[in-house]
Design a protein around this ligand. Structure first.
Ligand code: 8YV
Length: 315
């Protein structure tokens, strides 16, 4: 039996690539020099798209594949998939929830600690001889016992809050409604009010048109010159222009960011700031989690082509 043809949007580790190539005829979009010509050539054969959270599948790509049946995302976020285009053609969409939740939460909390305690600068202080030459490293701010806000108490937000409880932090969260599994934490629906009472504000919302720039000038200024914004969701949840302005002027104390507009080519203004901690969209980037994500991506594709129920459908 001939293998279903797949369009692969971005690279995967070898441990995923080998089984993917065994089970499917894979066309590597990311290796094509002329993307439009490549799509025009292979598009009609394509029955599945294997993509990644940040890459998704846009309307053009979907339109170029008239026989497309399924889009499988390696990632929990599917905001980069044109869901309307998929829905209009009855194309199934899957993602990889749950398997990455704990690692994403771990990285968010680690970024808070590293940034608040100034650990990157402290390491430079040791390595460049400043410790011996200049003496003691400047004092930084504590984390334990302070106020944390979690914007979006879904799977990842919940795991962040659980970890913060271990630091005896005062935790509040915002979401569309109070969660029955979170009665131990304060519910503050308005993101501006949440930011105003928080020292650290975690953005853990699934991105959509409705959440675009939910963290705008008002939220950022409410968090204030002593506050820290931590984003482990999607760049589109934050008004990046307002964030940069506030970081440059000191209206916001600091930020720890794993995601950026236009990544990996982020706005160069970020690189000039000394009140930011920047990560290369790496919150799910552990060997264990990435292996589980790759397996789930393939399980969804295999189930689809075997006519079985999809393990983790979005559409
Ligand atoms: C990426 C992510 O998919 O889960 C998500 O939504 O953005 C990440 O896990 C990861 O960088 C792999 O591309």
């Amino acid at each position: 039996m001939s293998k279903p043809h797949l369009l692969q949007v971005g690279p995967y580790p070898e441990w995923d690539q080998i089984p993917l190539d065994e089970a499917f005829t894979v066309h590597r979009y990311f290796e094509a020099a002329d993307k439009a010509a490549f799509l025009a050539e292979v598009g009609p054969q394509i029955r599945g798209i294997a993509t990644r959270g940040e890459l998704g599948a846009n309307a053009e790509m979907i339109a170029a594949c008239p026989n497309l049946e399924v889009i499988s995302v390696y990632g929990v976020g599917y905001d980069a998939v044109d869901l309307n285009a998929a829905k209009a053609r009855g194309i199934r969409v899957t993602n990889t929830p749950d398997v990455l939740t704990n690692d994403v939460a771990d990285l968010g909390v680690a970024m808070m600690l590293v940034q608040s305690r100034g650990m990157i600068g402290a390491e430079t202080w040791v390595k460049d001889g400043s410790w011996a030459a200049k003496g003691l490293y400047p004092l930084k701010r504590r984390v334990w016992g302070r106020k944390a806000g979690v914007l979006g108490l879904g799977r990842i937000g919940y795991e962040v809050a659980k970890r913060l409880a271990g630091f005896d932090m005062e935790i509040a969260y915002s979401d569309v409604s109070a969660k029955d599994y979170a009665s131990q934490w304060e519910f503050i629906q308005d993101p501006v009010a949440l930011a105003a009472r928080s020292d650290f504000l975690f953005v853990t919302l699934a991105a959509s048109a409705a959440t675009r720039h939910i963290v705008g000038p008002k939220v950022i200024e409410a968090l204030g010159p002593e506050g820290m914004l931590i984003n482990i969701s999607r760049a589109s949840n934050i008004d990046e222009e307002a964030l940069l302005n506030a970081l440059e002027s000191g209206k916001l104390g600091s930020a720890a960011l794993d995601v950026f507009e236009g990544e990996p080519k982020l706005n160069p203004r970020f690189l000039k700031l000394d009140n930011v901690l920047l990560q290369p969209h790496h919150a799910s980037g552990t060997i264990e989690t990435r292996k589980a994500m790759g397996q789930l991506l393939r399980d969804n594709l295999t189930a689809h082509f075997a006519g079985k129920p999809l393990p983790t459908p979005v559409l």
